[in-house]
Design a protein around this ligand. Structure first.
Ligand code: DC
Length: 222
């Protein structure tokens, strides 16, 4: 199976770009952020104190996460409930970031991610895919853009979805998550030594997709 790992900070366009590239290559696209969001969603529903690691870990005991692909689109189910549309809010971003710093949560999701990649040609995006989950990936890409560019994109996306947000809050949220994701002790966000760096700050979406396709084609040739 061909495995492509795309890591990078929040809002770099990973999911949009990875989804488009996967479609054009006929691979499945696996959004691992959605798995952390699903764990966060369940923990929130269990009313845990997100400062209490033990309470977060306890929620894993009765948690079943399933991934399905419907018309090539990933759907995430928490204990049988499709939560895809409920895990995309700013609040879920924060709870996902909180649970993602807990090692038991990462271990809980590890096999699920590995099994998905082992049974399909896939593009998997996240924070630690090239470094921890798929260290043997055929292609590793670290996709990034400046915090301001990322905040502008996320802001536009949320406004288009009809959510009422302030740009400064979106930027502050991105900076806060960048810090938390890259300073946590376990599996911090960092570029794998053998990953190709792709900075999309000055690129359009189409140009970014082209760039990633070229990197993949180039790496697979070698
Ligand atoms: O990509 P995203 O915004 O949906 O990710 C949500 C949170 O999950 C983010 O704060 C970082 C975390 N995450 C992670 O720690 N490891 C991954 N492989 C994917 C996401």
């Amino acid at each position: 199976m061909i495995k492509v790992a795309i890591d990078g900070p929040a809002g770099a366009g990973k999911s949009t770009i990875a989804r488009a590239v996967a479609k054009s290559l006929g691979y499945i696209y696996i959004d691992t952020g959605a798995l952390y969001r699903a764990v966060g969603f369940n923990a929130k529903r269990c009313c845990v104190d997100f400062n209490c690691r033990e309470q977060i870990v306890n929620t894993l005991n009765n948690l079943q996460i399933d991934i399905q692909f419907v018309n090539g689109e990933q759907r995430v189910c928490v204990n049988g409930e499709d939560v895809n549309d409920k895990i995309r809010t700013p609040e879920m971003s924060l709870v996902a970031s909180a649970v993602s710093a807990v090692s038991e949560v990462r271990a809980f999701l590890f096999d699920l991610q590995k099994n998905l990649a082992n049974s399909n040609n896939s593009i998997m995006d996240g924070r630690d895919i090239g470094t921890v989950v798929l260290p043997d990936a055929d292609v590793k890409i670290f996709l990034t853009a400046s915090a301001k560019t990322r905040a502008q994109r996320r802001y536009k996306e949320l406004i288009e979805k009809g959510q009422s947000v302030e740009f400064d809050d979106v930027l502050a949220d991105i900076e806060k998550r960048d810090y938390a994701d890259s300073h946590r002790e376990i599996a911090p966000l960092k570029q794998a030594d053998d990953a190709v760096l792709a900075d999309t700050s000055d690129l359009t979406l189409e140009e970014s997709i082209e760039l990633i396709k070229n990197i993949i084609a180039d790496r697979l040739k070698k």
